[in-house]
Design a binder for this molecule. Sequence first.
Ligand SMILES: C[S@@+](CC[C@H](N)C(=O)[O-])C[C@H]1O[C@@H](n2cnc3c(N)ncnc32)[C@H](O)[C@@H]1O
Length: 234
Amino acid sequence: MQQSMLDGEEEDQLVSLFTDTDYQEIKFEYKEIKQTIFALKTSSTDYDLTGQIIWKAADILSKYIIDTLGPEVFAPIKPNILELGSGPGLCGLISQHYASQVVFSDYQDLVMDLIKTNIRDSEPSNKECQKLAVKLDWCKSSEDSYFDECEVYDGSGETKMKLSNTQFQFVIGSDIVYWNNSIKPLMNVLDFKEYNFVVEEIGQELSKPIEINSFIYKVTRIAQTSTDQEQLQQ
Ligand SMILES: C[S@@+](CC[C@H](N)C(=O)[O-])C[C@H]1O[C@@H](n2cnc3c(N)ncnc32)[C@H](O)[C@@H]1O
């Protein structure tokens, strides 16, 4: 493996020199929801920084949340929701209007900074929903104790808990599978948390064969035991 000639700090400086963080306030408007969100308007050339922009899939999933999932599925139970591969976090921000807690996640430090900005500064903010963030790399999720190491923090960066101590009723994600080799690690995340999941296809796009960037799905925990059922109903 090639050794970098730069130390960590120098590498960070080099990255910040070549990365665009000139985020714009974008207004997402649909029906009664007007949500601001910070993001880049054009995509970075670095494939690993796809999380700086809002993808079409997030727009479609957000509209589906407002039309159906939010009022019919989330609102009656005010669930805790984990968003995987949040990027700027549009779907999580929309979900906050129907949930008690939304935990946004991604694996890039730069994207985590953007998430922190969005959970702190985007408007409107539902004060009854706790908005938190966690750096979660699916590719590390099969490592021993990985979930014990992942710290869940708030918009000011204050650690609130470990990911291993959290419980979610729903896991959502938009446009997070576009490399074949990320599918297994992604499923590991769900396995590790012992969620039995239903991958539900949403929207017209899904009738096509799976193509890169062309599908959206939601993953829902289903109750296996009566205790599970009770927890889900709480
Ligand atoms: C195409 S972007 C979608 C962002 C956002 N969900 C949307 O639809 O606007 C894919 C996101 O998945 C994240 N991602 C990719 N591989 C990941 C991994 N191994 N662990 C966690 N997040 C990952 C990227 O950083 C990026 O934010």
